[in-house]
Ligand binder design. Structure first.
Ligand SMILES: NC(=O)c1ccc[n+]([C@@H]2O[C@H](COP(=O)([O-])OP(=O)(O)OC[C@H]3O[C@@H](n4cnc5c(N)ncnc54)[C@H](OP(=O)(O)O)[C@@H]3O)[C@@H](O)[C@H]2O)c1
Length: 227
């Protein structure tokens, strides 16, 4: 008898997080998913049978409560997906300090704070995946209107680098993932991929990476992206 693999997906109310839960449960994984308001779990997430916990990424108490709830539990995959697009279309003077602060907290700092709390729940054979973006590559020349969002994902990649060095667990696999440009509330209707295609690709990539060790920046097809 084989034991089901276990996953914790952060930010699963809709979009790519919900799609990841759907693909993982289809593959027989036992999934725990987080949403901001567990009193309003979407029907589609309920239908997956995933266990649902509460998490607000901007709130340290919420993170600490999740850590206590998940004490002693092991996850083969921790996928930190939650993110926001922030103030799009502004030049560096136009966006408010509050909006810029929220963007960088949610997209770059909170994922690392959470990973620091939950890394001990992931064995060396497992994967911690951060939802990055090809836009976070500093070799990507595109500029506005996504300059601040791009910088927040570059900051996430940099913070992840530091996290990996400080953690000093070379056998653990850490992935910075690019999902493609995907039709979600964030990606918009004009995006090139649907959620099912992107998340099927990412789940296959993560599964293939289990046990490999090290830190890589990969897209949903498993191709390497330059930092
Ligand atoms: N779509 C794309 O083309 C694309 C491309 C590259 C990277 N990404 C990245 O992929 C991730 C998911 O994007 P998406 O397209 O699925 O976006 P989405 O449809 O807007 O979903 C965003 C998810 O993040 C959650 N979230 C946002 N702020 C949060 C907070 N403060 N605390 C807890 N949860 C929070 C949302 O929860 P609520 O429902 O409660 O708001 C929702 O579940 C993001 O990190 C995004 O940057 C997306």
């Amino acid at each position: 008898m084989t034991t089901a693999k276990t996953a914790l997906v952060i930010g699963a109310s809709r979009g790519l997080g919900l799609g990841l839960v759907e693909r993982l449960t289809e593959d027989g994984w036992e999934v725990t998913a987080t949403v901001r308001d567990p009193a309003k779990v979407p029907v589609a997430l309920k239908a997956t049978g995933a266990r649902v916990e509460a998490l607000e990424m901007t709130n340290l108490e919420s993170m600490d409560a999740l850590k206590i709830t998940l004490q002693q539990q092991t996850f083969d995959l921790l996928f930190i997906n939650a993110g926001i697009s922030g103030p799009l279309g502004y030049d560096t003077d136009g966006a408010s300090a509050a909006d810029i602060g929220e963007l960088f907290i949610v997209n770059a700092v909170a994922p690392i704070r959470l990973a620091q709390r939950l890394a001990e729940n992931v064995p060396d054979s497992g994967v911690i995946a951060f939802m990055s973006s090809v836009l976070g590559s500093v070799t990507m020349p595109e500029g506005s209107p996504m300059a601040l969002y791009k910088a927040s994902k570059a900051a996430l990649n940099s913070m992840t680098n530091t996290f990996v060095v400080e953690l000093a667990r070379p056998q653990l696999t850490v992935l910075s993932m690019h999902p493609g440009w995907v039709k979600t509330d964030m990606g918009g209707d004009g995006a090139s991929l649907d959620v099912a295609t992107s998340t099927r690709g990412m789940v296959d990539v993560v599964t293939a990476q289990l046990g490999k060790g090290g830190h890589r920046f990969l897209d949903y097809k498993g191709e390497t992206i330059s930092w």
